[in-house]
Design a binder for this molecule. Structure first.
Ligand code: CU
Length: 303
């Protein structure tokens, strides 16, 4: 559209109006001020009602990490939000500057040209998103490689067996097990400050091993065991669940995790032995799935 066309449209429009109404620049009205105050109050209330304390706020909704790797995941999460806030701030700032600096003034005779391009600006806003994606990709790939690396000699090896709709845990080297059912979810006991390897297997469909406080989860794929290593750093009880919709009672597929000291862990193993929970649950699966050479480090699927 040519400039003169636009001017013509504008003039025709102003000519159609019988009289020019004076523009009254008023201060923000009382009701508008009280509306903004109410909005601020509601925002503050939402933060309080969501249970956010000043201690929780820097984690931006994540639980406090209970494993060594959890700290890596948390810093990646915080870094991504920081990047989002910076990009958001710049974009909002540019929008506000445009609205304020280029607003219509009474002395402006006509509409400015509505179609205009600026090559440096075009290049800038093509390159900027590219840089953002490359930076986010770099940190994600770096942290994922770190989280999925496998120590060839972990302290504890546990085979996790998922089945619709519960979990069984085999302590591979100690030859004891913990059974579970949907009605009676099992409690996995782990020693603190030791590297635990989980061999993730399933007898039916795809499940997903997830302890939210550990800040990492991984799929259980039929006929293709995944390996995940974690080092719990916090004593206490944590809840675990299946994170893959796996059928009717998926939401009942729960388990507990208790992280204990080394001596408590040894007591726990002796108690299992004493109570006759020796051997491995579903040994045929163990032979079938874990008898084969283990997957190369880094081959695990993260979901
Ligand atoms: Cu499941």
């Amino acid at each position: 559209m040519r400039r003169s066309d636009l001017v013509g449209v504008y003039r025709a429009d102003s000519a159609a109006r019988p009289e020019t109404r004076p523009v009254v620049r008023s201060r923000p009205s009382r009701s508008r001020l009280s509306r903004s105050r109410a909005a601020l109050g509601l925002a503050a209330l939402a933060v309080v009602l969501a249970g956010c304390s000043s201690e929780d706020a820097p984690r931006l909704g994540f639980p406090e990490p209970a494993t060594e790797g959890g700290k890596v995941t948390l810093s990646l999460w915080q870094g991504s939000w920081l990047a989002a806030f910076i990009v958001g701030g710049v974009v909002w700032g540019l929008i506000a500057a445009t609205v304020i600096l280029h607003r219509h003034r009474d002395k402006d005779p006509e509409l400015p040209i509505q179609t205009r391009y600026n090559l440096p600006v075009e290049i800038l806003y093509t390159l900027t998103p590219l840089v953002i994606v490359v930076v986010l990709f770099y940190f994600t790939a770096r942290d994922q490689t770190d989280l999925l690396k496998l120590d060839p000699d972990p302290d504890v090896k546990i085979q996790v067996v998922g089945q619709q709709w519960s979990w069984q845990f085999n302590y591979t080297d100690e030859d004891v097990y913990i059974p579970g059912t949907a009605a009676e979810p099992p409690t996995l006991v782990l020693p603190v400050d030791q590297t635990v390897e989980f061999a993730l297997t399933t007898v039916d469909v795809v499940h997903d091993f997830w302890v939210p406080a550990f800040l990492l989860k991984m799929d259980l794929i039929p006929h293709d065991p995944n390996y995940l290593q974690m080092k719990p750093i916090k004593l206490g009880n944590f809840s675990g669940k299946c994170a893959e919709l796996c059928g009717t009672y998926h939401s009942d597929m729960l388990f507990n995790v208790r992280v204990v000291t080394e001596s408590e862990y040894q007591d726990f193993l002796s108690n299992l032995e004493a109570s006759g929970q020796t051997g491995q649950i579903m040994p045929e699966l163990l032979d079938q799935e874990l008898g084969s050479p283990r997957a190369e480090p880094g081959e695990g699927d993260v979901s």
